[in-house]
Design a binder for this molecule. Structure first.
Ligand SMILES: *Cc1c(COP(=O)(O)O)cnc(C)c1O
Length: 218
């Protein structure tokens, strides 16, 4: 089933959209089924689980940290993580930079924006990002590689609301891309999950994070 689900989703995705297979809570045997079907990018939301799976699985996998990340846990993933999606505070960025220095690598990150109506979700708003970018401390973050933005929409069936929230994230990306991050490496808009990825793609997503539609419910 997992291989079939993957193929079906991959066929629907435009070539410009990268699929992150969200494997949280799922056992390694199921991840291996996805791996054998060709999937190489996996997303996890807990540091401990991410590290355990990274040790057990083939080394050509790109591991993405997609959940809320506590500063004191960055050190465990810093040696290998391919992309941190949920960067939601200046404090966290400073710690990622510090671990990048220690590991002699630039760590790829996405700036998480708060796009949902729910208070519970994490992320910056534009004013916070702009004020961070204007500090001198920010200019010292040489070991952070800014690749783009990430957001989680409200948990709702209301398609127009989802569309509005995704469109807002796309505008945030465009604004940062045109005024601060002009490099080609700043090219990622991570938005869209099992329930809403089609709308996210219509609104400009370049990276979708899909779990239950591949691996089944949790
Ligand atoms: C769990 C999770 C997903 C995937 O959710 P599904 O609905 O299972 O596709 C995507 N992004 C984040 C941040 C998640 O925590």
């Amino acid at each position: 089933m997992i291989a079939e689900n993957l193929l079906k989703i991959q066929q629907e995705l435009p070539e410009t959209v990268t699929l992150v297979a969200v494997s949280k809570t799922k056992p390694v045997e199921q991840l291996m089924q996805a791996y054998e079907a060709g999937q190489r990018i996996f997303g996890e939301n807990k540091v401990q689980e991410l590290c355990a799976k990274e040790e057990l699985m083939p080394k050509d996998i790109e591991w993405h940290m997609i959940g809320h990340l506590q500063s004191n846990k960055v050190k465990y993933i810093a040696p290998f993580v391919a992309l941190i999606h949920g960067v939601d505070s200046f404090k966290l960025l400073k710690e990622i930079n510090k671990q990048g220095v220690k590991n002699k690598r630039r760590i790829p990150c996405l700036i998480q924006f708060h796009i949902a109506q729910e208070e519970s979700k994490f992320g910056f708003d534009m004013d916070e990002v702009l004020s961070m970018l204007s500090t001198s401390e920010y200019t010292q973050l040489t070991q952070v590689e800014f690749r783009g933005v990430m957001g989680m929409a409200t948990f709702t069936d209301n398609k127009e609301q989802l569309r509005t929230e995704f469109a807002y994230l796309k505008r945030c990306f465009d604004e940062l891309h045109s005024s601060y991050f002009r490099d080609e490496t700043f090219n990622t808009i991570s938005m869209g999950m099992s329930g809403d990825y089609k709308i996210a793609i219509q609104e400009g997503s370049t990276m979708v994070r899909i779990g239950s539609s591949i691996f089944g419910g949790r």
